[in-house]
Design a protein around this ligand. Sequence first.
Ligand code: NAD
Ligand code: WQD
Length: 336
Amino acid sequence: MNVLVTGGAGYIGSHTCVELLQAGNRVVVVDNLANSSPVAIGRIREISGVDIEFHDVDLRDADALDAVFARHAIDAVVHFAGLKAVGESVAEPLRYYDNNVIGTLNLLGAMTKHGVRRLVFSSSATVYGAPDVVPIAEEAPLGPINPYGRTKLMIEDISRDVAASTPGWRIVLLRYFNPVGAHESGRLGEDPHGIPNNLMPFVMQVAVGRLPEIGVFGDDYATPDGTCLRDYVHVVDLARGHVDALSHIDTIEGCRAVNLGTGKGSSVLEVIRAASKAVGRDLPYKVVGRRAGDAPSVYADPTLAWQLFHWRADRTLTDMARDHWNWQRTNPNGYA
Ligand code: NAD
Ligand code: WQD
């Protein structure tokens, strides 16, 4: 297939481009580099040994997007482009609604105009909010608790409406749990700007000495060791999930939401232990207060992804810590 990847220079998008190319697809990337580097595009070419087309285009620029669709005969779109920082979305909600929702409306408009009906969208487990029951299946109640999460649910709702309006749409809403890790080559990985919000990047910056100590957000939750449980999933497994979803997408009628997670919850202390093992020394941490909005336990029921796409996550927390550390160690300043 000719696959248009929006946000393909970003963390999950760049890994997905590699997997798509290795599966024999052709890839066109659209990214405005708002949270990524053109170096990632070069690394995708380097790992895959295949050229890709890159367009520095903002999805909110409808004319520029239209020109990309006019130039390439696109068969399917994988849509990663969006802003993703929860705290920032609370401080700047209009920017988040504008970028994520308007960008997606333009994309769906261009797809409609050019007759492209296959879409895989990066949704998030954040649409479940604080779940009452774990593991979380797709039919669990939805209730995001911050503007970022609400942009994801709005885009899910818009996608369901579009698919219901006209026969022929095949839309997969992939709800990722907690993506971590990096490409095993050490050439692609996550390059967060400033101080990372997410646990694994924070832990790895402590490991390279950029930050002094990990703060564990609470150890008095009703979980086995008192720290929160999350479903960490290797970014390469996640990337493969998009390839598997695309290769089965013609069996999907309309719009389906599908979890991508391992089905296993790991605690904050287990992550720190796995990272310490990968790094080869005990990483310093201190228990600090709970972070507002954290649910005690969030992990997926990934059964549907297996039933629909024959996808399941293969890589363990040990693999995730090893590959994330390899990336951080060999690229201490990211793509800079
Ligand atoms: P990322 O920031 O590394 O990648 C997103 C990419 O989209 C960036 O390269 C950015 O420059 C680009 N982009 C943003 N707005 C754009 C616009 N208007 N036009 C063109 N390009 C634009 O993030 P990621 O971690 O790779 O996440 C990819 C997607 O997956 C996002 O939609 C995110 O919300 C979703 N997601 C991420 C996580 C996570 O923890 N990383 C979890 C669940 C869902
Ligand atoms: C994981 C665990 C923290 C940092 C977020 C978004 C979600 C999705 C994935 C996009 C929690 C604890 C963290 C630290 C800590 N993104 N922690 N010290 O909150 O599960 O999910 O990223 O869709 O929408 O909300 O991930 O990595 O921030 O936290 O103790 O310095 O680590 O309390 O239990 P989270 P996270």
